[in-house]
Design a protein. Sequence first.
Length: 388
Amino acid sequence: MSSLPTAPDEQIAQLVADGYDMVLESGHLVVRRLPYVGPSGLRRDGRLVLPVTMTGGVVADASGDHRIWFAGEEPRDERGQNLGTAGQNHGFANGEVADYMLSFKPPSGAYACLRDKIQKYAQILLGAARELDNTVADTPGGSWQVVPDNLPLAYADTNTTRAGLGKYSNLFRGHTIAIVGVGGTGSYILDQVAKTWVDRIVLIDGDRFENHNAFRAPGAAARDVVQAKPYKAEYFAREYSRMHTGITAHPVALTSDNLPLLEGSTFVFLAAADAAARPEIMQWLRDRGVPFIDVGMSFREGEGGLTGMAQVTAYLPGHDVSLPPASALPPGEDDYSSNIQVAELNALNAMHAVIEWKRYLGFYATHTAATQTVYKLFLNELRNGDVE
């Protein structure tokens, strides 16, 4: 679980003493029960929403500038003019959205502190409210509440909260993602999935992490780690557990005998090109209605340098994609025999796979659904379409 302050820091304590009702939830400070004027008249349920960071128990403004967001009806000033900018939606809390952005830069160019910023915006709203009722106050009663986010993260995801993407990051909640093979491409898939709010990540790989793996995987492995040759699954689980707390490692090859390791998975990435049981794995997943993505690379030396292609194939509900009838050919019988892998090509292949997964969940908008993405290195061409 990402860490949250257990008691208000000095500025928050001062705001509570001032009489502001506040809650800290999902990386946002929400100031509640503020009076303001909306299209329906005087209201007392306005909320100021500010993305914040929490470091050493101190809550700090994470907006990066003088902006703040407002949740409620469209706020008006004393002349009935709009105070906020519509269309600047900012997601916060449990899928809620602040529909208006307020932007009032002080003469100095920046607010002196978080307390000063909250007070100034609350008073801007109050000014219009007092035109309708001069007895109204912007301080309904001091209160401070911290709502645990229950995210499987070692520290707060302020990247999501700063951008207001909580609505989309919540799409990952409740999911268990299995990555079969954490070599070149699979390790980059993990690098991205570990930065999401999925509940669990299951790593399955029976190979050991050696020198050559270090040069086609994310990060910079220490020499003693490479010399120790740990299992890839255990090595990457240990590395990424510093960020994501829901990672489980199975240092074994996935075969037809241990397919129950995938039980409970809501999505699977198949990134083990040499898996002899690939057809059985795919059929097992399809029989259980588990969506999955299969990745593959085939690169070789050409006259002017390396050439070949990287491929991502999605097997999703509602898409009638035929399963391959047989395993990939063993080393020595096709282009895979060279086993040429380069970090940027592994990463590119992984990014296409992760983007396709996020499209499936609704994180990204999709113009035209496709079941396969192929990148051709020589042509520098990306083709999206259906499996031929």
